[in-house]
Write a protein that binds this ligand. Sequence first.
Ligand SMILES: [Zn+2]
Length: 373
Amino acid sequence: MDGGIKIGTIWGIPIRLHGSWFIIFFLVSWSLASGYLPQQYPQLSVPALWLLGALTSLLFAISVVLHELGHSYFALRERVPVRSVTLFIFGGVAHIGKEPSSAGAEFRIAIAGPLTSFFLAGFFGLLWLLDRPLPYLAAPSEWLARINLTLAVFNLIPGFPLDGGRVLRAVIWRLSNDPFKATRWASISGQLVAFGFIGWGIFSIFGGNFFNGLWLIFIGWFLQNAAASTYAQTSMQHALRGVRVSQVMNHNAPIISPDMLVGDLIEQRVLNGGQRAFLVTGCGRENLCGVVTLREMGALPQNRWYTTPVGDVMVPYERLVLVSPDAPLLDALQKMDDADVAQMPVVQGNMVLGILTRDQILRYLRVRAEIGV
Ligand SMILES: [Zn+2]
């Protein structure tokens, strides 16, 4: 769900449409134009029904975006970055850049979405009452009031990653003072809810309601995946708690000079040495000129390998994300995620001590898992 077309920016947050959203947009428009609306307005022509259906479906999509912006508004207030809001087949998602810092913040961010949907349900309900004498506005308003109410209630089901699961997480966090335990329980309840949906879906299919059943199974499957991956992530965070960068980093990081040709580096150290990230030293502060990885080397056309020095393709010192050896490994991992890099030079004072890579962290986790600590 990272991809999709950017359709606008609100509060600096890109709003995106994932390709799968068009499926739900079509299904909702179709069900409105062929089921709900003709019952209300039998006099309307088919094209008019489709137009009204598509407009209502669009207002529904806007309602979903507003729900996500409700989360986003409180996230930004709590200084939690929001990377994007994306509409996709199962609704919307606000990509939150990091974990909220307190149970209270988590609670406010989580509850803001359903509250927005309740507010929208009230708004469309009011519109329905006010517009009853006006033609062609009452039925869409009534449907939008109902769907927003459904959205609010559905999202309050206490299973992660639903908003209710986040509320549950905030409550356990507050009571136990342990965010890891809270995530663990919220994701376990999320998996139970997900299996509940799948079971309900199977039951519906055998009851003759094939499409509803299939839809429930899809939703359950999606929720199960999200809850399980959160569980895995929490276990990892739990394992890394208390570990410092210096315990995991590579102290003997490969060092090269900025004058080395990219072709020589690839031939001598990458293809024959299996190394992926290099510290470029011999200039500037901390003796560090920059870092060069497979990513930068791969971006250089092959016919320039033997004419281009490493210094021309490396990520220069000014753009490097640095970490101290005493930093908690979890903070370092977060920093890597934020900067979207796979490695960070480790520096202290005016000295570069080595490099920390994602691979090392994974290897460290694997070793710990194998020896059972
Ligand atoms: Zn939500």
